[in-house]
Design a protein around this ligand. Sequence first.
Ligand code: AMP
Length: 204
Amino acid sequence: MNIVLLGIQGSGKGSLVIELNRIMDFTLISTGQLLRNEVATGSKLGKHIYELQTNGILVELDTVISVIDKKLRSVTRDTIIFDGFPRTKEQLLALDKICTIDKVIYLNLSKNVAIDRIINRLTCDSCGYITSKRRYNSNVCPNCGGHLATRSDDTIEGVNTRFAVYEKETLPLVEMYRERGILHEIDANRSITDVLTDFLKVIK
Ligand code: AMP
């Protein structure tokens, strides 16, 4: 089964994936993380991606498709979850050429809650684990022992740019997938446990 996770930054897509990892087998294609992996190599392309990510600007389609292609070559599991892709109509059409999407899960969250979550977010450099400064007071990742920090784009300025891009480019995809009859909406204002319960019902 091929699943797309849609939702504003901070809607809990990353946290949901972490919870799912404990209970089911799937391949995660998180374009944000794949691009951050390229940044970590220190390559020229990585430096270019870092600039775009820090400023909340979308990375060019060719680059995004190339990191996805590379990851897809190693897929061995039956379920693929796309997180952070597609983000534009152009990317949605590109994804149609790569594989058939069975279900799109839209985590619907109000903007105010999203801002609060992002500003307090701590992310692990190594494994992508996400937690909140509100409930975790250390820079050591409880998942892998790596380094937990605020992402370079998790600033008020970065968030505002990303939200504007999200509203203009990504939100229209919700209606496109709804028209295809494969969209499932989940209220993401609730706890991760409630969101996980609904997600499991939808994909069963
Ligand atoms: P995320 O980790 O999903 O919040 O993504 C962080 C940043 O990575 C975004 O603000 C973009 O700069 C870049 N990015 C992630 N996914 C995509 C995508 N599908 N298309 C273009 N840029 C992306």
